[in-house]
Design a protein around this ligand. Structure first.
Ligand code: URA
Length: 189
């Protein structure tokens, strides 16, 4: 636990890229410290920056609803982002910002030791699964690295903009539920 608290304290003081200058809060993550499932989004938006908690805006409301559909909630998963500080005007994080921030995510992952990683959207999938990941073609597919099962689904913000993607995402969520039941002994859903 000390290692996690030390990591969090260091992260909250990070000045590893220029985003520290415009942030209100570092958004370290939210959820269960012993979660078997790690969800990785893109980066904080305005509401997340204000509150220091990931996925608390409209996309977060939808994410909570999506988790509830498969019996999950924030007590059973851990949620974080590829970058911990808000990119201005909600632009995509720059490569240099993602690279500067990757060490925090690596350390979080090493301490959590999740069984399943779910990437929320293209940006996280490219960073975590494969540089040339195609979210349209490959969402819902499963990959394995170092014994960790990984998948990517459409970002909740994309599902707010384009409801036609929701039926496919429902199938992806059911696949996540099946994988959790098969792989995660401690997570009862
Ligand atoms: N979108 C993200 O990718 N992450 C958040 O924390 C909020 C919105």
């Amino acid at each position: 636990m000390a290692a996690w608290e030390d990591l969090k304290r260091d992260c909250l003081n990070c000045r590893g890229c220029a985003l520290w200058e415009t942030r209100t809060n570092v958004v370290f993550g939210d959820g269960a410290r012993d979660a078997e499932i790690l969800l990785i989004g893109e980066g904080p938006g305005q509401r997340e920056d204000e509150q220091g908690v990931p996925f608390v805006g409209p996309a977060g409301q939808l994410l909570d609803d999506m988790l509830a559909m498969i019996g999950l909630d924030r007590t059973k998963v851990y949620i974080t982002n590829t970058v911990k500080c808000r990119p201005p005007q909600n632009r995509d994080p720059l490569n240099v910002e993602q690279e500067a921030c990757l060490g925090w995510l690596r350390s979080q992952t090493a301490l959590l030791r999740p069984k399943i990683i779910v990437c929320l959207g293209r940006i996280a999938a490219k960073e975590i699964i494969r540089e040339d990941f195609r979210i349209t073609a490959e969402h819902g597919q499963w990959f394995q690295r170092n014994g960790v099962h990984m998948t990517a689904i459409y970002h909740p913000s994309a599902l707010l903009r384009d409801v036609s993607k929701r039926p496919e995402t429902f199938e992806d969520l059911k696949s996540i539920q099946a994988h959790v039941r098969a792989i995660c002994q401690r997570t009862k859903i």
